[in-house]
Design a protein around this ligand. Structure first.
Ligand code: ATP
Length: 284
């Protein structure tokens, strides 16, 4: 079942064509990552899908409705975590969750949500006393209170320390296990590689590549073989790692030499991404 679909989405701000024909679809229960450099058009796309911004052209369907015209019942089925939020500073973490729970017909249990986002010990702390990372967790908690089917996470772990990031990843994974659909934008490629079933890379308002992280990585032939020889680091880039490695190891073994520090390194999603956005690799 498709949770979300856009076809040929267009959006201009005056002279600037921010979206020039964006198309993708996200299946129910999938975690989909939208990647791209600053200004590529990710937030514009997400805000159109959230119903916060009008599109100029193309089609959009979110949980079976057009986000441009969908009403309050539809909004209850989606959760949104914005890049920056403005929650009442003098309320406590629990009070903020309770306030949002009041907006929904069937909210989740507030204490459970607070625990899920790792704020159990801060339940009675006022918003203004929270650290930046804790505020982001609060944003996530608020988005989860309505028990949404579909969650929009816009750069959800920006400013998190490494352990908070891992904790947030666990939250996303547990939401996925609950069958939620998640549209994630992030600048952390390791985050996308860890969490997303599929990603789309957007550049200058167009999608230049989409697929699972593994597919994107497999699509780049280059593998690095690294070792040390005579005190120097040697790096061989090849699209035939088996043959090159056999030759190297064969020659070294025949000479009774050890290839010091030998490793075969596959490119990461970040390498593939940088290649796409910096070298302008053409869309397939
Ligand atoms: P970032 O990674 O920095 O969040 P993004 O991919 O989310 O970037 P968008 O915020 O969608 O990018 O912006 C796409 C382009 O549209 C940018 O060039 C931006 O300057 C422009 N833009 C976005 N919102 C507006 C607006 N309200 N008015 C005018 N131009 C805008």
């Amino acid at each position: 079942m498709t949770a979300l679909e856009v076809r040929d989405l267009h959006k201009s701000y005056g002279e600037l064509d921010a979206l020039r024909g964006v198309s993708f679809s996200v299946a129910a229960g999938e975690v989909f990552g939208l990647l791209g450099p600053n200004g590529a058009g990710k937030t514009t796309t997400v805000e159109i899908l959230e119903g916060y911004r009008k599109r100029d052209g193309g089609e959009a369907s979110v949980l079976g409705e057009d986000p441009g015209t969908a009403g309050a019942a539809w909004r209850e089925r989606i959760g949104v975590v914005l890049q920056a939020s403005d929650l009442p500073p003098t309320l406590t973490v629990r009070e903020v969750h309770e306030m949002f729970a009041g907006y929904y017909a069937q909210p989740r249990n507030v204490a459970e949500v607070i625990d899920l986002v790792g704020l159990g010990e801060k339940s009675e702390a006022r918003v203004k006393t929270l650290s930046g990372g804790q505020k982001r967790r609060l944003d996530l908690g608020v988005a989860l209170v309505g028990d949404p089917e579909l969650l929009f996470l816009d750069e959800p772990t920006t400013g998190f320390d490494p352990s908070a990031r891992r904790a947030a990843w666990d939250v996303v994974r547990s939401l996925r296990e609950l069958g939620k659909t998640i549209l994630l934008t992030t600048h952390y490629l390791d985050e996308a590689q860890q969490l997303a079933d599929r990603v789309a890379v957007i550049r200058d308002g167009r999608i230049v590549r989409q697929g699972s992280p593994a597919e994107l990585i497999a699509g780049t032939p280059k593998v690095q073989i690294r070792y040390r020889e005579d005190g120097r680091d040697v790096v061989v880039e090849t699209d035939e790692p088996t043959r090159v490695l056999a030759e190297l190891t064969g020659t070294a073994a025949a000479a009774g030499r050890e290839l010091e520090g030998l490793e075969v390194v596959r490119p990461s999603l970040e390498d593939v991404y940088l290649d796409l956005v910096e070298n302008g690799a053409p869309a397939p």
